[in-house]
Design a protein around this ligand. Structure first.
Ligand code: DX5
Ligand code: ZN
Length: 220
């Protein structure tokens, strides 16, 4: 069975205590870092200097999710900072193939994200350039929103296209992932799950991660 990856999002962590917040998720596969610029989304979080510092102290690999305009210009610097994966939004990249190649050349895995209303079909021929496709399951910008079931058919279509072409990329989902929703996303074909409030909102973050893993592999 495919290993399910859980990436807690530090968007729901305590931003003044990031180092100890990273220690709370030792059983995770990576830490998801949401970079927002108040232009691509109506929220502002953190940028390169903070990501560089997180990279220095994090025991887990960094999964950087860029919710920023002009990804072509900024994304490669996150790869150079040592992030294991860097995901840009399709809607914010002028030259996604060139950008994905630059990310890989800088040693990161290349991810591309789609907002809930962005179809996957225009991007099917690009999938071979990517290591990860992020299907947003909420409107990007904030933690704690409800999972959008309307995104499930897109996850299914992307998974079918990936299988059909024999490509190695994985599908990540981000937004509203809880014990109640994770199985629906897993059944549709996602194998990498971002979870913010459902992990960092719990008293025992590692127990919440185990509960998500169990819920994702439970038979439907
Ligand atoms: C939202 C961010 C998510 C966010 C998810 O725009 O991209 O990573 O942290 O938070 P939850 O899991 O609470 O929906
Ligand atoms: Zn995210």
């Amino acid at each position: 069975m495919t290993h399910l990856h859980i990436h807690p999002s530090i968007l729901s962590a305590d931003f003044v205590n990031l180092q100890s917040e990273l220690q709370r998720i030792g059983s995770a596969d990576a830490v998801h870092v949401d970079v927002m610029d108040n232009h691509f989304v109506p929220n502002l979080t953190l940028g390169l200097p903070v990501v560089r510092r997180i990279q220095e102290v994090s025991p887990l690999p960094l999964d950087v999710h860029l919710m920023i305009e002009d990804a072509d210009r900024w994304a490669p610097q996150y790869a150079e900072a040592g992030a294991a994966s860097v995901t840009f939004h399709a809607e914010a990249a002028a030259a996604p193939v060139k950008l994905a190649r630059e990310l890989r050349d800088a040693g990161a895995r290349a991810g591309m994200a789609l907002r809930p209303a962005t179809p996957v079909e225009p991007y099917l021929d690009l999938l071979g350039e990517l290591d990860m496709l992020l299907v947003m399951t909420v409107e990007p910008g904030f933690g704690g929103q409800s999972f959008l079931d309307v995104t499930l058919p897109k996850i299914r279509r992307a998974a079918e296209a990936i299988r059909g072409a024999g490509l190695p990329l994985v599908i990540q989902v981000d937004g509203g992932i809880t014990e109640d929703t994770i199985l629906r996303a897993a059944d549709a074909g996602a194998t990498v799950f971002v979870a913010g409030s459902s992990v960092y909102g719990a008293d025992d973050a590692d127990a919440a991660i185990s509960a998500l893993r169990a819920a994702a592999s439970r038979p439907a």
